[in-house]
Ligand binder design. Structure first.
Ligand SMILES: *[C@@H]1O[C@H](CO)[C@@H](O)[C@H](O)[C@H]1NC(C)=O
Ligand SMILES: *[C@@H]1O[C@H](CO)[C@@H](O)[C@H](O)[C@H]1NC(C)=O
Ligand SMILES: *[C@@H]1O[C@H](CO)[C@@H](O)[C@H](O)[C@H]1NC(C)=O
Ligand SMILES: *[C@@H]1O[C@H](CO)[C@@H](O)[C@H](O)[C@H]1NC(C)=O
Ligand SMILES: *[C@@H]1O[C@H](CO)[C@@H](O)[C@H](O)[C@H]1NC(C)=O
Ligand SMILES: *[C@@H]1O[C@H](CO)[C@@H](O)[C@H](O)[C@H]1NC(C)=O
Ligand SMILES: *[C@@H]1O[C@H](CO)[C@@H](O)[C@H](O)[C@H]1NC(C)=O
Ligand SMILES: *[C@@H]1O[C@H](CO)[C@@H](O)[C@H](O)[C@H]1NC(C)=O
Ligand SMILES: *[C@@H]1O[C@H](CO)[C@@H](O)[C@H](O)[C@H]1NC(C)=O
Ligand SMILES: *[C@@H]1O[C@H](CO)[C@@H](O)[C@H](O)[C@H]1NC(C)=O
Ligand SMILES: CC(=O)N[C@H]1CO[C@H](CO)[C@@H](O)[C@@H]1O
Ligand SMILES: CC(=O)N[C@H]1CO[C@H](CO)[C@@H](O)[C@@H]1O
Length: 717
């Protein structure tokens, strides 16, 4: 009887699976391409990172990626979100990896899952949970037992989770590729032979997890069989040395659509024409998989950005930070995908030949026995047009362009001829906060030596002291002063990112470093009295480092502190007894949380321009409609902002780029963070900000009805 029930159940389940069209797909590869269910494939892929948007945004982002001609969504897995404490896991809300993959599956796209679990990705600590730092004897990313234990543990956890949900293509799911490690070759030399042993181990460990789909290692020319080495970069058509075996296909896992931006840096604008040229060249040279990094960048919410990286991530991607189409990039690439797809059978089955058509002029031809033929006519000259003869016809090639002839006769696409109309971002102010009465303030406490419990006779390393619980660490000191001058120079050398100095509770000034230089010096004249004085230095990190060898040994925080009257007369305070406080008072009280937003400690707004270390609070109603919502924080200085208790990220307006502008002024507030009315906005301002100048805006783009003009077919003579 029981057996009979089980059999019926099995049949029903089997029918359900059939009903959803879920069938196991075999994913293999050969020297030409990935092979899915016996079919060779040319695949276009785009990176969208689930925690950099919200579950409410995912369906629309994926739909726009599909409309744009993508076959695959690529994402990293973010270890430090998922395992904040060893063995304690979080896959809720924005961290819902399974939900994200199922949404991709529901829309009929494939997934490339880059587990890492080292990911870099301008993500704090390269995705590693900070507790790894305190594992005895650990050395990251090398042949080190403690590290390998935790890497294997997490990788296994993720793979098992995917298997339980039936998400690998081998089980009927959407995942066709998985990645282990990430651009390891960049640091491998630092580890000598242990580095190569680690690569072997990582590949074997991954393959042993038996996912039924291929593994890749990006930027790893010696990726051990059967792991596929892939290219990352902007110009893989030119730079990729190719698969390390004739049996592996040429895959491009990161074709940077732009570049991440740091505070003080300008946005990196990469044109649609340039991207299209390099993608097409890669395809012409036997490439069969191209991933756009990023297709949608999104937002580094909270404190997730790595050192100095701005909160908006790859806003210049084909889908902008808010998920709006960025034109002509999105449309131009869509047209390219359509043209390549229209002739992919010939590209995959034909024989490739290439020859020159003149100086800087080249052609790649794919031809099948039956006569089908595809040609790529390449003009590598940046400055001049060229006229070429190909198969008795004459073609005009634009400077630095590739013309695609899906039938070896008619040009249906030129990478340099953009037929998509450009669009423009429109910012519509909805509300400002210029009334003093709408604001409350909360003054944070300047820590001093007497109030600190942690003491040390040296300057402690910052990350190891805060355990990344906060960006802020107070270094406090009480010292006896007996130099001859009354206004010595305070000189603080720091390997953190920002320092603010206070003498006897009075703000003296601050200084900051930048992304490219690892340390900076604050030098300021200070008034001190003979005898006892208090010195408090607030040292600030703007994200942890995300790359490089020996990440576990990185030093941040203050290096030395000194008072100088002259070259000869100085007081070196470095070896004094320092008192430490991790984080700010307001952070400990969590004043940014709605439930902690009682009025205790909050008061009427004061003279904001003179205030250092203040929290500000106001409320607002949600603008009508569906357009993305942003806060324009141009009037602020540096800090972090929360809406209804959710951190929308760090802001840093005072750090200007070389043109004198803040690197980012608009900060995304996802609509799912909002309720209709009475939203609570809280800002932590380190100094120099004016909340009265903040505005609440919505964002849209011109030309919503995109003009997908039919690809016209220019005459070939
Ligand atoms: C991973 O480690 C935790 C303890 O930290 C343990 O409970 C768990 O079983 C391990 N998982 C695997 C897959 O090894
Ligand atoms: C493309 O693959 C063919 C084999 O199918 C090979 O002969 C040719 O050299 C390859 N071209 C490039 C640019 O790698
Ligand atoms: C054919 O393509 C290969 C690889 O891109 C290149 O090295 C070679 O010079 C090309 N041959 C001709 C005749 O252009
Ligand atoms: C080009 O023209 C020549 C002479 O007219 C002819 O022999 C040849 O077959 C033609 N080639 C193609 C590809 O049509
Ligand atoms: C693009 O559009 C222009 C005119 O709008 C047309 O002349 C050109 O041939 C088109 N190019 C392609 C590749 O469709
Ligand atoms: C701010 O809002 C007030 C009241 O609605 C309005 O009078 C003022 O012009 C606005 N200021 C700006 C800069 O938009
Ligand atoms: C980190 O801090 C702990 C105390 O919390 C200390 O024992 C250890 O030596 C420190 N490690 C490093 C690398 O500074
Ligand atoms: C700083 O505070 C100490 C101890 O309270 C006091 O003796 C000293 O006069 C103060 N110095 C200044 C510059 O206010
Ligand atoms: C102060 O002492 C520290 C620790 O010995 C040293 O690193 C630093 O260079 C000294 N500062 C100056 C200006 O000599
Ligand atoms: C600080 O201490 C270190 C060792 O602990 C010593 O090498 C150095 O000379 C001291 N510096 C000063 C200025 O006393
Ligand atoms: C591998 C590769 O192509 N890397 C390039 C990526 O783009 C940057 C910036 O243009 C270049 O510096 C790299 O060489
Ligand atoms: C679809 C199309 O326009 N095909 C044209 C390609 O070019 C030949 C001659 O060059 C025309 O005869 C076709 O009509």
């Amino acid at each position: 009887m029981e057996k009979w029930v089980a059999l019926v159940l099995l049949l029903v389940l089997w029918k359900i699976r059939e009903g959803f069209g879920v069938e196991a797909e075999e994913v293999t590869y050969d020297g030409r391409s990935l092979i899915i269910d016996g079919q060779r494939k040319i695949l276009f892929s785009g990176s969208i990172h689930y925690p950099r948007s919200t579950p409410q945004m995912w369906p629309d982002l994926i739909a726009k990626a599909k409309q744009g001609g993508l076959d695959v969504i690529q994402t990293y897995v973010f270890w430090n979100l998922h395992e904040p404490q060893p063995g304690m896991y979080d896959f809720s809300g924005r961290y819902d990896l399974v939900g994200f993959i199922k949404e991709i599956q529901a829309q009929g796209l494939y997934v490339c899952l880059r587990i890492g679990p080292f990911i870099e990705s301008e993500w704090t600590y390269g995705g590693f949970p900070f507790w790894l730092h305190d594992v005895p004897g650990i050395v990251y990313r090398t042949d080190n037992e403690p590290f390998k234990f935790y890497m294997q543990n997490f990788t296994t956890k993720i793979v098992n989770m995917m298997k339980e949900e039936g998400l690998y293509a081998s089980q009927g799911g959407p995942i066709i590729l998985s990645q282990i490690e990430n651009e390891y070759q960049n640091i491998q030399k630092a580890f000598g032979t242990a580095g190569s042993q680690y690569v072997q181990w990582a590949a074997k460990m991954a393959v042993g997890l038996d996912t039924g789909v291929p593994w890749i290692m990006c930027k790893q020319t010696d990726a051990p069989d059967p792991v596929i080495n892939t290219c990352n970069g902007m110009r893989c058509g030119e730079t990729f040395t190719g698969p390390n075996s004739p049996n592996k296909p040429a895959l491009w896992t990161e074709n940077w659509t732009s570049f991440y931006q740091v505070y003080g840096g300008l946005p990196y604008i990469r044109s649609a024409e340039d991207i299209a040229f390099h993608v097409t060249l890669f395809i012409a040279r036997n490439g069969s998989y191209v991933n756009y990094y990023m297709y949608h960048g999104g937002t580094n919410f909270g404190r997730t950005g790595s050192a100095y990286v701005i909160t908006g991530y790859y806003d210049q991607a084909p889908l902008d930070e808010y998920g709006l189409l960025r034109q002509p990039k999105w449309g131009h690439l869509k047209q390219l995908h359509e043209v390549i797809k229209s002739c992919s059978t010939t590209l995959l089955q034909g024989v490739q030949r290439n020859f020159t058509l003149g100086q800087l002029l080249e052609v790649y031809v794919f031809e099948e026995e039956k006569g089908e033929c595809v040609a790529f006519l390449i003009n590598n000259d940046r400055d001049n047009k060229a006229t070429v003869q190909f198969r008795n016809s004459s073609y005009e090639l634009l400077p630095k362009s590739i013309s695609i002839l899906p039938d070896c006769q008619n040009v249906t696409f030129s990478t340099a001829n953009v037929n998509t109309t450009s669009n423009r971002r429109i910012i519509s102010p909805k509300q400002n906060f210029s009334s003093v009465d709408d604001w409350q303030q909360f003054q944070d406490v300047i820590s001093n030596f007497d109030n600190t419990s942690l003491k040390s006779d040296s300057l402690l390393e910052q990350m190891n002291t805060t355990k990344d619980k906060s960006d802020y660490l107070w270094y406090t000191l009480r010292f006896e002063y007996n130099l001859s001058c009354s206004k010595p120079t305070l000189s603080v050398q720091s390997a953190a990112h920002v320092a603010h100095a206070f003498v006897n509770n009075t703000y003296i000034g601050g200084e900051h470093g930048n992304h490219d230089v690892k340390s900076f010096t604050l030098e300021l004249p200070v008034t001190v009295n003979q005898g006892t004085n208090n010195l408090s230095i607030l040292s600030v990190m703007v994200g942890l480092p995300d790359s490089g060898a020996f990440l576990e040994r990185r030093f941040a925080g203050l290096i030395s502190v000194e008072l100088q009257c002259s070259e000869q007369e100085s007081l070196n305070l470095t070896n004094s007894t320092w008192g430490y406080q991790v984080g700010l008072m307001g952070e400990q009280l969590q004043v940014y949380k709605e439930q902690n937003n009682s009025d205790t400690g909050w008061s009427q707004l004061g003279n904001v321009m003179e205030q250092t270390l203040f929290w500000y609070k106001t409320t607002f109603d949600t603008p009508e409609g569906d357009d993305p919502v942003v806060l324009d924080l141009s009037s602020m200085g540096k800090g972090e902002a929360w809406v209804n208790g959710e951190s929308i990220g760090r802001y840093w307006i005072l750090f200007h780029d070389s043109k004198g502008n803040p690197s980012q002024s608009l900060y995304h507030v996802p609509r799912s963070f909002l309720k209709d009315s009475g939203n609570v906005l809280v800002l932590l301002e380190e100094g120099g900000g004016n909340p009265l100048g903040i505005s609440l805006d919505t964002v849209s783009v011109t030309d919503l009805q995109q003009n997908f003009s039919k690809l016209s077919l220019p005459s070939s003579a």
